[in-house]
Design a protein around this ligand. Structure first.
Ligand code: SF4
Length: 661
């Protein structure tokens, strides 16, 4: 019959390699058929540093949950955290060391042994060191915190280079700079949303993608329902985010006008004597320029609405202003963020419940090696000029994340040796000469001190929860192996036999510093307890107190208006790209669960889209799902139109995340 014939043909057509199911001959020590074991470790799907508990059965990771005792996420987890299993068991993982055999970038690689791969990299690095050329080695990683960051730094310094940079599109560099200018403290403070009465957010999608969304979602729940008085949330942004959709009021404002709007509100607070500090007159003069008319014209927000906002924010017991998204990304981002800090200062919420509480310094390793677009362009120029001989990459994908105009991919092509320590064949890894496949975070040792903290220093140990799935190694083990093979002073200075030993040694120092009298005698107990709990906190650590924000800052941030690329006549619309709540900046795009998860605002799955206000679309004759082109001085992208009423007319929005090659 037809069915049989078709079945036969199909079976003939699909030739799969034979696979064997092999039971573990020597089972892991925790292998107990039918019994689940939970291990605590740290989520690495974004920089929030949530604690996770992973359920293991028969040696396989089955489910990830939030670690209930971790103060950042308190047992909760976001979709990206859940999708960690997709990273671990992803069929596209790089399964063994690879060496390029074709032209760079054409994707032809041959599998080689770890011995061959490490020897080749180590001898290349050693040669440069012998020739006094080690300063031509560039290490470029993603956002790495904790002791691993110190290991990278030590490795590159001992080699004789100072070229170590971290590139992560989501790193809050502008916020840190604005906080340093405002309060003299760069590490992120604790934004006490849970105890705020009135949360005024300038574009910060705290429920979706801003800094620590699981923790802030918990805070939001507390603000709404966790106490006798219900707090109010107002969201000001050009395109409605998840936080905007959950706010009491959503106010559409022109992108880049957030700083002016904040200073306009600040001016009213001072004029109406909501702010009663002794320097009120100085503040009044400093804010004079931000009249209601000027601010309204810049932002597109009605003057009455601005007055209402000022009255409600100033009149609340615990008003808190935060900023992110478009407000933290434009040419005027630092000025805008300082302006929002001014609101917090005038509201008197610094160091107060429901306001901005300054965290103590992170327990260890607050990374300061962030390379933004400017620094990455400098690295690209250095590569073009032949100043970089070896490029070592780990967990960063600048070829995808940076605009073509940065010239990064072209510059990479001129570097004689590119080595990628990577789990996946992303756009940057595909341009490497040698690929050293790395463990995922569920297979490796590490640690983390999350930022923003939770008001006290908190740190977690990351431990392997399953045996590694493929012939991969942790990046720490790769660095230590290279150090041993390179020789010189490296083996003595980096004596650890494994990442586990290195991390444990780092924690021993933390422990000894905490209680020098004990002399580290109880360290083993401390280590095991922390591993089991998945987190350690220093409850008695004092929070820092920031400097008072000075009115003299205002003239210094005079350029509070944003500028946009291209002539406004030729390019009349403003593009508002935003982080995807699922794919984030694109790092989650290879995880099926995240691709299948509908976007919370548009319900779109897979693929990308361009959001337009129906009025704008009507004027342009664009209908829903039409394939449209967006052109800027930097290039052209093509995607289907999505008519979205909650977007400022004249603004075109698009999520990051898709468009991988
Ligand atoms: S916010 Fe989500 S992705 Fe980020 S660390 Fe927490 S659980 Fe992981």
């Amino acid at each position: 019959g037809i069915g049989t014939g078709a079945g036969h043909l199909l079976a003939e057509a699909i030739k799969r390699p034979v696979e064997f199911l092999i039971p573990p001959v020597v089972p892991p020590e925790d292998y107990s058929p039918g019994t689940a074991t939970w291990y605590n470790t740290v989520c690495n799907q974004c920089s929030a540093g949530c604690g996770i508990s992973v359920r293991i059965r028969e040696g396989r990771a089955k489910k990830i949950e939030g670690n209930p005792v971790h103060p950042v996420n308190q047992g909760r987890l976001c979709a990206r955290g859940q999708a960690g299993l997709n990273a671990l068991y992803n069929p596209d993982r790089i399964r063994s060391p690879l060496k390029r055999v074709g032209e760079r970038g054409d994707g032809a690689f041959a599998a080689i042994s770890w011995d061959e791969a490490l020897t080749e990299v180590a001898s290349r690095l050693a040669r440069l060191k012998i020739d006094d050329q080690a300063s031509r080695i560039q290490l470029l990683t993603g956002h790495v915190r904790g002791h691993l960051d110190a290991l990278f730094q030590q490795f590159i310094t001992l080699l004789g280079s100072d070229r170590y940079a971290q590139h992560d599109f989501t790193y809050p560099a502008n916020l840190k700079l604005a906080n340093r200018l405002s309060f003299g403290i760069e590490h992120l403070p604790y934004y006490d949303i849970a105890n705020s009465d009135y949360l005024l957010s300038f574009g910060a999608d705290y429920l979706g993608t801003w800094l620590s969304p699981v923790h802030f979602s918990l805070g939001y729940g507390q603000l709404r329902q966790g106490r006798d008085r219900r707090g109010k949330c107002v969201q000001i942004e050009p395109r409605m985010s998840l936080s905007g959709a959950n706010a009491d009021e959503w106010i559409s404002a022109v992108p880049g006008s957030e700083g002016a709007l904040a200073l306009g509100i600040a001016r009213i607070l001072v004029a109406q004597e909501t702010y009663t500090g002794t320097d009120r007159d100085t503040w009044r003069r400093a804010l004079e320029a931000y009249s209601l008319d000027r601010v309204s014209a810049a932002s597109g927000v009605e003057p009455e609405r601005i007055e209402q906002l000022a009255a409600a924010f100033g009149g609340s017991k615990a008003g808190l202003a935060i900023a992110g998204g478009a407000a933290a990304a434009g040419t005027n981002a630092v000025a805008s963020l300082v302006a929002v800090n001014v609101l917090n200062h005038l509201a008197g919420n610094l160091g107060q419940p429901g306001g901005i509480i300054f965290n103590g310094a992170p327990a260890f390793g607050s990374a300061t090696r962030h390379a933004g677009l400017t620094q990455m362009t400098e690295i690209a120029v250095a590569m073009q000029e032949g100043a970089i001989e070896v490029l070592l990459l780990h967990d960063t994908n600048p070829v995808y994340a940076l605009p073509d105009a940065s010239g990064f991919a072209d510059a990479m092509a001129t570097v004689p040796t590119v080595v990628a320590m990577s789990s996946f064949m992303d756009e940057t890894t595909a341009l490497a000469d040698l690929i050293l496949p790395t463990d995922t975070y569920l297979e490796a040792w590490g640690d983390d001190a999350p930022e923003p903290g939770v008001g006290l220093p908190v740190a977690s140990i990351s431990q392997p929860v399953v045996a590694r799935a493929y012939d991969t190694r942790s990046v720490g083990d790769i660095v230590l192996s290279l150090a041993r093979q390179i020789g010189f002073e490296l083996p003595a200075a980096m004596p650890w036999s494994s990442t586990e030993e290195f991390i444990k040694d780092g924690w021993r120092k933390v422990y000894e510093d905490l209680d020098p009298q004990a002399g580290g005698t109880d360290f083993e107990k401390f280590w095991v307890t922390t591993l089991e709990a998945g987190v350690w906190g220093q409850a008695d650590a004092l929070a820092e107190s920031g400097d008072a924000l000075q009115p003299s800052l205002i003239p210094g941030i005079d350029d509070v208006s944003a500028s946009f690329a291209g002539d406004a006549g030729e390019f009349p619309f403003i593009l508002h790209p935003y982080l995807s709540a699922t794919l984030l900046d694109g790092r989650g795009a290879n995880l099926p669960w995240l691709q299948e998860l509908p976007d919370q605002l548009t319900s779109v799955v897979y693929g990308s889209w361009v959001e337009l206000n129906p009025t704008t679309a009507g004027e342009l004759g664009i209908r829903d799902s039409d394939l449209i082109e967006i052109e800027s001085p930097a290039g052209i992208i093509r995607a289907p139109a999505f008519l979205f009423p909650a977007i400022e007319p004249g603004v075109v929005a698009m999520p990051f995340g898709q468009g991988h090659s």
